[in-house]
Design a protein around this ligand. Structure first.
Ligand code: NAG
Ligand code: NAG
Ligand code: NAG
Ligand code: NAG
Ligand code: NAG
Ligand code: NAG
Length: 478
């Protein structure tokens, strides 16, 4: 290895980890013909570890809300974070304070939280170059039953001398009725023409509420989202950048910043949070260019009928690519009445019962609380992805309708909403922003780097628009 490579390859040894961190960053110093440098961040653990307790030198950032989850037979405390991989034997110490119903006094209790990557593996095979992974840390509480009905006021994470306070929210089995759709964190989102169509189609299929995790977008996108928030059907949840590691960590080790080594924006963390936050039993996760439909009848009726069989906790919808003629980016939505279906596969998505979901992955329920299983839907996930216009594939005949009844009326409402929010004439959609983002992603993929799109594409995207960014402080804490 040449000198520049050696200089940025570093080896850290401390009592917890030996981290061999062969940075993909080194690559830019290498000439193209030299030996292929390891681009995967390798995290190795010593065989015998003296200390299994996570301390203040470990790179981790917490979501500021922890959950006391009563959906399990024994209530669980669940803490969400982004961090380097850990082994199942490692744990985080925390102190909970609460009031037991039996008494009147505040009691404190030490617990050990065990971590599990939301993807079921760490590193995740889709994101082996990413240093940080979504984790859920869990402790079972009130095992002896007597304190079961007590409640928790707060939790303090203890990392040596560092204390991190999290607020606690209680989760109970969800309520019957209603249908909540979660949208993964939107970042650098510019396709404003998708949003009104998304809301209108999902509502016409029975959705009652939307939760959007928000990182960044154009002004038009933000205005439309705020419009739907103001009429009370959509909730915007802050998903800002993760911020810096604690000073203790960064003073000792040259770990990458969290934002620069996280797949996308940590979307599986947001998805799992959304499944907890939703108040309705029936929920789904989708992107702004997707709608699920049933072979026959309304989506919600099909879901309710299918979930009557209590062995099913989720329904998986197979992917079907769709395009419209004319394109909806022209603001003419008449093509939505007769969508063109394309014979192109893609990943499926699920509708689930949020009372029975333990951990969600992006395209499936990874684990249920009970013995529930996932059934394949008699229906489809219709995906009107921007690149469907350039795909050279056969069209296929399908019976699906995106708007099951009175489509003209819905289409009128879509156009009226956009004019109400953005003014008339509707500002033209500029596809440069999306194309630039896709070019940047291709570059990351080509270079074999962690797809930390937000950090990596910043220089490309910043100059293109006046981006609205989520900057709420305290959502993530170190
Ligand atoms: C709890 O404490 C308050 C004041 O400290 C007292 O008024 C109340 O009676 C107590 N309740 C019980 C159940 O001990
Ligand atoms: C959702 O799951 C819970 C817990 O298993 C169950 O009681 C409830 O009936 C299910 N709801 C639906 C709509 O299937
Ligand atoms: C529920 O689904 C399972 C699996 O398909 C099936 O074996 C069972 O008979 C169904 N139960 C009812 C009540 O329909
Ligand atoms: C769709 O494509 C697959 C393979 O690409 C092919 O086997 C299948 O026959 C096609 N279906 C239709 C309806 O064209
Ligand atoms: C789940 O399955 C296990 C093993 O088959 C069984 O022992 C248990 O009773 C089941 N639990 C429920 C809630 O059906
Ligand atoms: C689209 O945005 C880019 C980047 O801001 C700009 O250079 C270009 O002129 C815009 N195109 C149109 C048609 O507005």
């Amino acid at each position: 290895m040449g000198h520049p490579v050696k200089s940025c390859l570093f080896v850290i040894t401390f009592n917890l980890l030996i981290i061999l961190y062969a940075l993909s960053l080194c690559r830019k110093n290498m000439n193209e013909t030299s030996v292929v440098a390891p681009t995967v961040l390798q995290i190795r653990y010593t065989v015998s570890r003296e200390k299994l307790e996570i301390d203040d030198k470990f790179p981790i950032v917490f979501y500021s809300t922890a959950y006391l989850d009563h959906r399990y037979p024994i209530p669980r405390l669940r803490v969400f974070s982004m961090n380097a991989c850990v082994s199942p034997r490692e744990f985080i110490s925390a102190e909970i304070s609460g009031i037991a119903l039996s008494g009147n006094k505040t009691t404190r209790k030490r617990v050990r939280l065990r971590g599990e990557p939301t993807e079921g593996e760490c590193p995740w095979h889709w994101a082996t170059q990413c240093f940080y992974n979504s984790y859920i840390w869990t402790a079972e509480l009130f095992e002896n039953g007597e304190e079961r009905k007590g409640h928790i006021d707060g939790i303090t994470i203890l990392l040596n001398n560092r204390r991190i306070s999290l607020t606690v929210r209680e989760i109970h089995p969800k309520r019957r009725g209603g249908f909540t759709v979660c949208i993964q964190p939107v970042y650098w989102y510019s396709e404003f023409h998708n949003i009104a169509l998304f809301i209108e189609t999902w509502r016409s299929q029975g959705a009652t509420r939307f939760i959007v995790y928000y990182h960044s977008s154009t002004k038009q996108v933000r205005s439309l989202l705020e419009y739907y928030e103001n009429i009370g059907i959509l909730k915007l949840k802050s998903w800002p950048s993760f911020g810096s590691l604690s000073s203790t960590v960064s003073a000792h080790f040259n770990f990458p910043s969290i934002d620069s080594s996280t797949y996308r924006v940590g979307h599986t963390l947001a998805q799992n949070l959304c499944a907890l936050e939703m108040k309705t039993e029936i929920g789904a996760i989708a992107d702004f260019d997707e709608i699920m439909v049933a072979d026959r009848g309304l989506l919600i009726e099909y879901i309710e009928e299918t979930l009557k069989n209590k062995t099913f906790g989720a329904i998986s919808f197979n992917h079907l690519l769709v395009k419209f003629d004319p394109k909806i980016s022209s603001m003419d939505y008449s093509g939505v009445m007769n969508p063109i279906f394309l014979n192109r596969t893609g990943p499926s998505k699920t509708v689930f019962n949020s009372s029975s979901v333990d951990i969600l992955a992006t395209h499936s329920v990874r684990r249920f609380i009970g013995n529930e299983t996932t059934i394949t839907a008699a229906g489809s996930l219709l995906h009107y992805r921007h690149n469907s216009y350039t795909e050279i594939v056969d069209t296929v005949k399908k019976p699906f309708k995106m708007l099951p009844s009175y489509p003209q009326l819905h289409i009128k409402r879509i156009q009226k909403t956009i004019i109400t929010v953005l003014g008339s004439p509707i500002p033209p959609y500029n596809s440069t922003l999306l194309h630039t983002l896709n070019q940047c992603i291709s570059k990351i993929v080509g270079e074999g780097k962690c797809r930390s799109t937000v950090a990596y594409c910043k220089q490309w995207m910043d100059p293109l628009a006046d981006w609205i960014r989520e900057e709420t402080v305290g959502v993530f804490v170190v």
